[in-house]
Design a binder for this molecule. Structure first.
Ligand code: G3P
Length: 217
C-alpha cells in the first residue's frame, strides 16, 4: 500500500519522507488555507521534496476553467496530480487532462457509481472520503470495498486512494480491503507505530536493564 501524506505542511512532510513513509502528498483548498502558503509556491516546494505524485486541487466549477487551472498546476512539476471534484464538469476535465497525459485525482467521491464514472473518465486516482461518510453514520469502509470489487471486476487501472482517513483503524481497514493508496494526516501515520503493549514491554525491559548495571555504549 502506498502512503500519501494529507497535508501542505512541508516540515511534517520532510519528517515522514526521511523515514521512507511518503509515496506522495495530497492537498486541498482547506489544507492550503491551513498552511498559510501560496498554492503555486508550496506545491512546487512539495513536488521538489518528494518523488511521488503531489495532488493539487482546482477551484473552478466549470470544466473549461478546471482544465485551464489543471494545466497550470500540472506545469509546476512532472509529478503533479491534478485534483478535480467528482461533478459532471469534473469528469469532463478529468477526461481532457488525463488524455493530455496528466495524472488526475478525482476527489470528493462518496459512492461506488461516482467511482465507476471516474474510472471511465480516465482518473489515475479516485478519492473516496471515509471519515466524512462515517460522520453521517454511513460506512466509509464499505464504499472502499465496493469500489475494490467493481474495479477488479472490470480491470480498471484507476487507483483507489482512501482519503479522509481519521484513525489508525481506518488505515488498517483500508489496507485490509486492498485500497491501493491511503492518504492520511501525519499524526495518524505516526500513531500507527503505537501500541500499549509495546510501551509496557519497553518499560519492563528498561527496568530490568537498569538492574543489570550494564551499558552498551
Ligand atoms: O484527502 C481528503 C481529506 O483531506 C479530507 O479529510 O478529514 O477533512 O474529511 P477530512
Amino acid at each position: 500500500m502506498k502512503f500519501f501524506v494529507d497535508t501542505a505542511e512541508t516540515d511534517q512532510i520532510a519528517e515522514l519522507n526521511a523515514l521512507g513513509m511518503v509515496d506522495g502528498v495530497t492537498t486541498n483548498p482547506s489544507l492550503i488555507l491551513k498552511s498559510g502558503r501560496d498554492i503555486l509556491e508550496v506545491t512546487k516546494e512539495i513536488a521538489e521534496m518528494v518523488d511521488g505524485p503531489v495532488s493539487a486541487e482546482v477551484v473552478a466549477l466549470n470544466a473549461d476553467e478546471m482544465i485551464a487551472e489543471g494545466r497550470k498546476l500540472a506545469a509546476i512539476a512532472g509529478n503533479i496530480a491534478v485534483k478535480v471534484p467528482l461533478t459532471w464538469d469534473g469528469l469532463k476535465a478529468c477526461k481532457v487532462l488525463s488524455g493530455e497525459g496528466h495524472m488526475v485525482n478525482v476527489t470528493l467521491c462518496f459512492s461506488a457509481n461516482q467511482a465507476l464514472l471516474a474510472a471511465k473518465a480516465g482518473a489515475t486516482f479516485i478519492s473516496p472520503f471515509i471519515g466524512r461518510l462515517d460522520d453521517i453514520n454511513l460506512d466509509g469502509m464499505e464504499l472502499i470495498a465496493d469500489i475494490r470489487t467493481i474495479y477488479d471486476n472490470y480491470g480498471f487501472e484507476t487507483q483507489i486512494l482512501a482519503a479522509s482517513i481519521r484513525t489508525v483503524n481506518h488505515a488498517f481497514q483500508a489496507a485490509h480491503i486492498g485500497a491501493d493508496v491511503m492518504t492520511a494526516p501525519p499524526a495518524v501515520i505516526k500513531k500507527m507505530a503505537e501500541h500499549p503493549l509495546t510501551d509496557q514491554g519497553l518499560k519492563t525491559f528498561m527496568a530490568d536493564w537498569e538492574k543489570t548495571g550494564q551499558k552498551i555504549l
